[in-house]
Design a protein around this ligand. Structure first.
Ligand SMILES: C[S@@+](CC[C@H](N)C(=O)[O-])C[C@H]1O[C@@H](n2cnc3c(N)ncnc32)[C@H](O)[C@@H]1O
Length: 194
């Protein structure tokens, strides 16, 4: 594990009420343009900040796979599920480069605040390609490099939106949009095919 990897001991920060003001879930859902029946993988799902709202948005005919390498994070999602009434979310213990999901099972692969933590981005891109349907959509949300912390990781750990877009284009994706969300984050959305 590298020093950029998020520590489960900091999990409470992901559910801090003020986070909802500077990282508005509704804005992200709108950019993701989710449809009823969508199958989505939230890779590096953490405490389910996005995974639970995505599960609601895709409806009971849709499904969300919340993938995380840390069992402690998945346990936090589990503990929220019963109270939420959500039944279309499945927690999966896995690495971003080895999610344990089936081939071509997802309409959307979403990584939020994870890209800057991965060691081998080529392996993650290959895994995204493997689990994504064709056509399919990827969305990578991460920290802006031009805004000082706090919140967020040190500036030197961050990766620009242009760098993310370039990695996606190099892997064969078509970048559809690059947007800012709140004051600290960007999201790059790309399609696997035209
Ligand atoms: C900063 S948290 C973000 C959580 C969530 N996406 C959010 O924005 O609220 C990063 C999460 O990604 C997970 N993670 C980091 N690197 C990973 C990897 N290579 N494979 C799977 N999970 C990873 C961490 O365990 C952590 O739960």
């Amino acid at each position: 594990m590298n020093e950029r990897r998020f520590s489960p001991s900091q999990a409470h920060k992901l559910d801090a009420p003020e986070r909802r003001t500077w990282l508005p879930v509704a804005d992200v859902l709108s950019i993701l343009d989710l449809h009823s029946g969508y199958i989505a993988a939230d890779v590096g799902a953490g405490t389910g900040y996005f995974a639970l709202p995505i599960a609601k948005a895709v409806g009971e005919t849709g499904r969300v796979f919340a993938v995380d390498a840390e069992p402690e994070m998945l346990a936090r999602i589990h503990s929220k599920l019963a109270a939420s009434g959500i039944e279309n979310l499945e927690c999966i213990a896995g690495e971003a480069s080895a999610t344990e999901l089936s081939d071509a099972c997802c309409d959307l692969v979403f990584l939020a605040n994870v890209w800057h933590e991965v060691d081998d981005s080529s392996a993650v891109l290959a895994e995204m390609h493997r689990i994504l349907k064709d056509p399919g959509k990827v969305a990578i949300l991460d920290w802006r490099t031009d805004v000082e912390q706090p919140p967020g990781p040190p500036i030197e750990h961050r990766i620009t939106q242009d760098n993310v877009a370039h990695a996606l284009v190099s892997a064969g994706y078509t970048v559809r949009s690059i947007s800012y969300v709140g004051p600290f984050s960007y999201i790059v959305v790309a399609d696997s095919a035209d």
